[in-house]
Design a protein around this ligand. Structure first.
Ligand code: SF4
Ligand code: SF4
Length: 329
């Protein structure tokens, strides 16, 4: 699914830019981590432990970095990016940088309102990705935000009513939400939204509680088969690539052994403007001193940002981009 702000003729332009960057070994996707602060309380991530004083080190603009890398894709993330009151200014400054670019915002959604979403949409966000791992109260508990799930659905309806046509749920596949994946897809479809999947690992802070170990392998196979079957029937709701989904059962069995290519197609800039190859590695240099990364022998995660970057560009990927979820009922 692609926002109606983009036309079908943009797709070959994006593909051409993508192929050019891959050939030149330049990052296609740059994540701007605007803050390491977060007001959730996830047990599998330590961002929320970042002291409020870290705010003083957060850069005031990512526009020069956007000009330098001129990436095809920009993702605004954190921590919780909505904690930055100047987020619209950050987004708008990058939006003014010339270049064909697709811009996403990742949020837990707890502070998102239709009004704030509209103002970010006007500033240049093309896609909102809201974390959603369960449809029931477990999501509120996991994020430590009472009422979060109900708030997300209310905000999404308000956003859709304001013409924001590109909202996705980011769903992390864990040991205890395999039964939630298809219901989340169906709910997303009813709301006119998409779903991006990723896989839980303990790479963030060593929390092994939700790992998909041997006792879950058969259930993972079944859940992934259902997602792929759904995709074959209808494109545009599940926005994870077929190739990525197909490899998840192999990853949880420990069968994916090739080096990780994080840092080649995707990089992360931390809130101070320093570059890291992936969300869970330390920074290596300031973006002004950027040096190209090489593949690394690390297999700690199979996040979408790793698996999708390594997924081949197949025709089904283009179909995913061109497909539309059902309109809101
Ligand atoms: S996973 Fe996201 S919402 Fe949870 S603490 Fe980390 S940054 Fe915050
Ligand atoms: S596998 Fe790659 S993306 Fe994952 S933690 Fe290791 S280097 Fe980072």
């Amino acid at each position: 699914m692609l926002s109606a702000r983009f036309k079908p003729y943009h797709v070959p332009m994006f593909i051409a830019k993508y192929l050019w960057y891959v050939a030149r070994r330049r990052p296609v996707l740059v994540h701007f981590e605007v803050t390491a602060r977060c007001n959730a309380r996830c047990a599998f991530c330590d961002f929320w432990k970042t002291p409020a004083s870290a705010r003083q080190y957060e850069v005031e603009s990512f526009a020069d970095a956007a000009r330098y890398f001129n990436p095809m894709l920009v993702t605004w993330t954190g921590g919780e990016p909505l904690l930055r009151r100047d987020l619209e200014e950050l987004v708008a400054a990058v939006d003014r940088v010339p270049g064909l670019r697709y811009t996403t915002l990742i949020t837990h959604g707890g502070m998102l309102t239709p009004e704030r979403a509209s103002s970010l949409w006007r500033a240049g966000i093309h896609q909102f990705n809201i974390s959603l791992d369960y449809l029931d109260g477990r999501h509120d508990d996991a994020r430590g935000i009472p009422g979060l799930t109900a708030k997300i659905f209310a905000v999404v309806e308000g956003m859709r009513a304001r013409g924001i046509d590109n909202i996705r749920f980011n769903t992390v596949i864990k040991d205890d939400n395999l039964d939630q994946l298809m219901p989340i897809v169906e709910r997303a479809s009813a709301l006119g939204c998409g779903v991006n999947f990723s896989v839980y690992t303990d790479a963030k802070n060593g929390n092994r509680e939700h790992l998909l170990d041997a006792e879950h392998h058969a259930a993972v196979d079944d859940a992934i088969a259902r997602l792929l079957a759904y995709k074959r029937r209808r494109r545009g709701v599940i926005t994870s690539s077929d190739a990525y989904l197909e490899r998840i059962p192999r990853y949880v069995r420990g069968e994916i052994t090739e080096p990780c290519r994080s840092g080649l197609r995707t990089i992360h800039l931390d809130p101070t403007g320093h570059v890291k190859r992936c969300p869970d590695f330390p920074t290596d240099f300031h973006w002004r001193d950027f040096r190209k990364y090489e593949p690394i022998a690390c297999n700690k995660c199979f996040y979408a940002c790793r698996g999708e970057a390594q997924a081949p560009l197949e025709w089904s990927r283009v179909q995913d981009v061109m497909g539309r979820p059902h309109a809101m009922q």
